[in-house]
Write a protein of this length. Structure first.
Length: 293
């Protein structure tokens, strides 16, 4: 193999590895094998090919999908034959529930009825006269049972139930974690949002690109990460609260306008980025002798 071809393959592999490595690590932790993941990738490529072909005004036949993806025609037929119809955004109901949780936390940290004289969230009894967690949920989350909200806030690390029966707020914002189904689904939604913006900007004209920017340092000492996390949580929470208020006002204004135009899902995500230095055996500069033969 020619050295330029080897270098091109190696650079392409390094870029793909950087993109897929977090997905592969997450899949392995969930007990998902490379064989299972490959089947999902092939199905995703088939559906992506249908979208691309339709964008190009071409018929998405089995043969054309096979030619575009490199997946055998019979496999394409099997994938599409076993596909089940879905509607709406995957995980939309979970995202709606997360929005309810965020509203409860915002009320807890901002409403004079649920904060002390210093503006800090009160520890609340579950129910009863005066400010209570049940009243907080009723005011800021509608008809969802308070116990459900409490369980989700505790699971997310945003609140805790004390030994004296009072509910205490821990964080104004929360991040889904763990390895449960809900956390995995949330991760797929977040990653999908980020990658859709990047993919859109790669093919859109300059005037049509979505906002995407960053502020990243490449040589921070590890002990600076906790301080960075605290600063980001404080400032990002304020920004997102303001932005959510603007989105709510926009939704209410647009809802009053008669229109048959389908609605779209849009907004902003803020994520913190950290990356450990590469290990000595990662991204080697040399290609194994066997690959050069």
């Amino acid at each position: 193999m020619h050295k330029l071809q080897i270098r091109g393959w190696h650079e392409g592999f390094s870029q793909t590895q950087r993109l897929l490595a977090p997905i592969a690590r997450s899949a392995l932790r969930q007990g998902i094998t490379a064989h299972e993941f490959t089947r999902w990738v092939e199905a995703t490529f088939v559906h992506a090919a249908i979208d691309v072909l339709r964008e190009q005004g071409k018929d998405a036949s089995f043969s054309r999908i096979s030619a575009v993806t490199g997946i055998h025609r019979h496999a394409v037929s099997a994938i599409l034959g076993g596909a089940s119809g879905t509607s709406g955004v995957p995980g939309a109901e979970k995202e709606y529930q997360r929005h309810r949780l965020a509203r409860v936390l915002s009320g807890w940290f901002e409403s004079p009825a649920f904060t002390d004289s210093d503006g800090r969230p009160l520890a609340l009894p579950l129910d009863g006269d005066g400010p209570s967690f049940a009243e907080l949920v009723r005011e800021h989350s509608g008809d969802i049972y308070p116990g459900i909200i409490l369980d989700e806030l505790v699971r997310a690390g945003a609140a805790r139930l004390r030994d004296d029966g009072m509910v205490e707020a821990i964080s104004r914002r929360f991040t889904s974690g763990g390895a449960g189904d809900a956390a995995v689904e949330h991760a797929s939604i977040v990653a999908g949002d980020v990658l859709r913006t990047v993919e859109h900007n790669m093919q859109a004209a300059a005037a049509e690109r979505l906002y995407e920017d960053s502020a990243i340092a490449g040589d921070l000492p590890p002990n600076a990460i906790p301080r960075l996390a605290r600063m980001l949580e404080q400032r990002a929470a304020t920004f997102l609260d303001d932005f959510e208020g603007w989105l709510s006002e926009l939704q209410q204004t647009e809802a009053m306008q008669p229109t048959e135009t389908p609605t779209v899902r849009a907004g902003v995500r803020i994520i913190m980025v950290t990356e450990a230095p590469p290990q000595a055996d990662e991204n080697p500069d040399t290609v194994p002798d066997s690959a050069a033969d």
